[in-house]
Design a protein around this ligand. Structure first.
Ligand code: GTP
Ligand code: MG
Length: 718
């Protein structure tokens, strides 16, 4: 039976409150009134800034002359508000924005677009809260700022919905992997094994928040040895021999269930880490490998129906269960969703006919134990999709062949075929199967298939997928065509390629990181109160774990024991990098294990911080990213509210060289180095150390606006 993974991203959930701070009313498109006087304001602004007697705009940090009542660049009013004209929008604009050259921003940001200007003045109450690039992240205290940021956006947003012409987004450097493998360097370059030479910096156990411990500690940019609080006898912290990864019970004195903080940590090089013999696979005994396969695509393209049908055909759903789904679905007037019900288990999902949380199911092909991650396609649940599909080794992108449906999915605004493909690529996935589903609806037309292949193929290439890594499968999940066997339908006889199952078997496993210490981002936690059990689910990104292993659960900093392991719903003794498992933990409380946390080797804790330097690729946004922009930050299974506190430089997408220092804002397609501060701490590694823990996604207003990698983990801010 499939396991549902609820990452907690549901608008209805309390968890989503964290995003209430965001301005969900950002307009997608700017709208600027035509500039009337046509003066070239950029030049003018530059000249004025060089004079003395200036005030700094808290939004764009431009230094304005003291005589200006509003920012010459972005039109934000100076505080205290000078001269508000009540003659309506135009008059107000005329009184302040026009005279002050508010359209300069439009001009400077969108030089290629018609000249527009802000429609309304923007009130600004608390300049000091945002005037410094080193501001602390005070999301709640910064009400002033947030308010004005919303106003900033709405002032430049559309009422008439004129579109500013920004060239359609095309990936120049689509994947964080590409950014790195192309040799693009971060601003602060670090040598490969720099972890081993890091010096101490602060980490505080999350337990401090619970009042269990309170310690600020030295942390390095490396992963460190954990030392038990008040545990002067702990050998692992000080003795180099423990780096030989003794993860068995004897390796680290157990303080099961007892809160511990990470105090003074010795910096030890990960290069000294030597995996034990059992940690590397032995082909003779290990049988089939696991392949984590994400099913992604636009809403209603048939992902769950396809997944359910495959599970049924491969014997993972019995005939009896299938009859039950059919009967219940029919009773609710949703007969066509019978197969989808195998994955969409919650009452709400069934009632609404959409997937909301990722469904995890397993089947065995000739070559692999396949872990199927059935993602939601609805745009509201993209955060769940990110959290689930970030585990993918390869992906199936399901597109709906019906007229209009494929087009909706590929649409630049709100098309999830497009967004999911971009995201999947940025997860480092380079093998993708495109299932052109619902071919029955278009009479199995080869022409329609070819049109879709041509249009989507162009887009996928622009995302960085190579033609040789894309497999195209026309199919019908509903009529069982081309799924586990070649099609029986005569109208599909023109297709000579493999069935979907054969295509899955032709995928290659990515390289697994057995040589590094254990890292398992936690995607889900199951707590059984009656039995007092805590079970963490996730994919091992590096290292290995076996029954009896001592592990460190971050960010709580508690050591626990792996009591038992399950892979493919079956008990197993060992799990290694790449395996998607559930780990039954002993010696830890339920509230000390959280989705978004990481299970790691006790001697090599993952880093925890709330301040990061990122290299990002901005997607096809229409609202520029400015200093102070508030965003949703996603990293493996964690999400946090975040704020851009520095825009350090623009990069040449081809060479990675800095083309401009401290730009005022970021536009579509630009590559940049930025610094973000998060509302809460996350477990993170630099991308060069661990890709899976160093990939980030920035979202705003329900859309992914940038992809990035962590170039530097900066000392945590309190
Ligand atoms: P979300 O998870 O909400 O994004 O949807 P989904 O992609 O999982 O789609 P789902 O499987 O729920 O199917 C949506 C609708 O498409 C259902 O009514 C299915 O019966 C229908 N459907 C799925 N596959 C096919 C197909 O091959 N042919 C036809 N005609 N309908 C299909
Ligand atoms: Mg679904």
């Amino acid at each position: 039976m499939p396991r549902k993974v609820d990452y907690g991203f549901r608008y209805e959930d309390d968890n989503y409150d964290v995003y209430e701070d965001y301005d969900y009313d950002y307009a997608d498109d700017y709208d600027y009134e035509e500039e009337e006087n046509g003066i070239a304001p950029v030049t003018k602004a530059k000249q004025e800034a060089s004079r003395t007697g200036v005030w700094r705009c808290p939004i764009c940090t431009y230094d304005n002359e003291n005589s200006m009542s509003a920012c010459d660049i972005c039109g934000v009013l100076r505080n205290p508000l000078v001269k508000v004209n009540n003659k309506g929008d135009t008059a107000a604009v005329g009184g302040i924005c026009k005279d002050s050259g508010a359209s300069v921003m439009a001009m400077s940001l969108f030089a290629s677009s018609p000249q527009h200007m802000a429609k309304m003045p923007i009130l600004f109450e608390a300049q000091k809260s945002v005037s410094s690039t080193d501001d602390h992240l005070n999301f709640h205290k910064d009400g002033n700022f947030r308010g004005t940021f919303q106003e900033f956006n709405s002032a430049f947003s559309s009422q008439n919905h004129h579109k500013v012409n920004i060239a359609a987004f095309k990936f120049d450097a689509p994947s964080p992997d590409d950014l790195v493998s192309n040799g693009l360097r971060s601003v602060k370059s670090k040598s490969k094994d720099s972890r081993g030479r890091g010096t101490n910096f602060l980490v505080e156990s999350e337990l401090a928040a619970n009042g269990l411990v309170s310690s600020s500690t030295s942390v390095t940019r490396e992963r460190h040895n954990g030392v038990e609080e008040n545990d002067s006898t702990s050998g692992s912290g000080n003795k180099p021999e423990t780096f030989n990864t003794r993860m068995d019970t004897e390796s680290l004195p157990s303080k099961s269930g007892k809160a511990r903080s990470i105090i003074e940590r010795k910096t030890e090089s990960i290069s000294q880490y030597i995996p034990e013999k059992w940690m590397t696979p032995n082909n003779k005994d290990d049988g089939l490998s696991q392949l984590n396969l994400a099913i992604v695509g636009h809403v209603d393209s048939g992902k769950s129906t396809l997944s359910g049908r495959m599970l049924h055909l491969l014997g993972r759903i019995s005939q009896k269960e299938m009859h039950k789904y059919e009967k219940e679905a029919k009773q609710q007037g949703k007969g066509s969703f019978a197969f989808a019900w195998a994955l969409d288990e919650s009452a709400e999902e069934r009632e609404r006919g959409i997937t909301m949380t990722v469904g995890v199911a397993f089947f065995t092909s000739r070559k692999y134990h396949v872990v199927l991650l059935d993602s939601p396609g609805h745009r509201d649940f993209v955060p769940n999709m990110i959290s689930g599909a970030t585990q993918a080794d390869a992906a199936i992108l399901v597109v709906d062949a019906s007229m209009g449906s494929f087009e909706a999915g590929i649409d630049a605004i709100g098309g999830q075929t497009r967004e999911h493909a971009q995201l999947i690529r940025s997860f480092g996935v380079d093998q993708i199967i495109i299932v052109v589903n619902k071919m029955d609806v278009v009479e199995y037309s080869k022409e329609r298939f070819d049109v879709i292949k041509q249009k989507l193929g162009t887009f996928l290439r622009s995302c960085g997928f190579k033609d040789s890594s894309i497999l195209w499968i026309p199919a019908s999940a509903m009529e069982n065509q081309n799924l586990v066997a070649n099609p029986s339908e005569a109208r599909l006889s023109w297709f000579k390629g493999p069935s979907l199952l054969d295509a899955i078997d032709s995928l290659q496993l990515p390289e697994r990181d057995y040589s590094k210490p254990l890292l398992m981002p936690i995607c889900d936690v199951i707590k059984s109160q009656s039995q007092g059990q805590v079970t963490a689910c996730g994919k091992l990104e590096s290292g290995a774990i076996r029954t009896g292993s001592k592990v460190l659960v971050m960010p709580s900093g508690i050591t626990a024991t792996a009591r038992s392991l399950e892979r493919d719903s079956q008990l197993c003794n060992i799990a290694r990098a790449g395996d998607n498992v559930t780990v039954n933990l002993q010696g830890i409380e339920g509230n000390q294990v959280t989705a978004g946390g990481v299970i790691c080797h006790p001697d090599y804790p993952v880093q925890v911080t709330n301040r990061l330097q990122l290299k990002i690729l901005v997607l096809d946004i229409s609202t520029p990213i400015v200093m102070g922009s508030q965003l949703e930050f996603h990293i493996h299974h964690a999400k946090e509210a975040a704020r851009i506190v520095k825009i350090l430089s623009l990069l040449d997408p081809k060479t990675g060289n800095t083309t401009k220092k401290s730009p005022r804002c970021l536009l579509a397609k630009q590559n940049a180095i930025v610094e973000v501060v998060l509302q809460g701490p996350v477990c993170v590694e630099e991308y060069s150390s661990c890709r899976a823990l160093g990939r980030v996604f920035l979202r705003s207003s329900g859309r992914t606006i940038a992809l990035g990698i962590v170039t530097q983990v900066i000392k945590r801010e309190e």
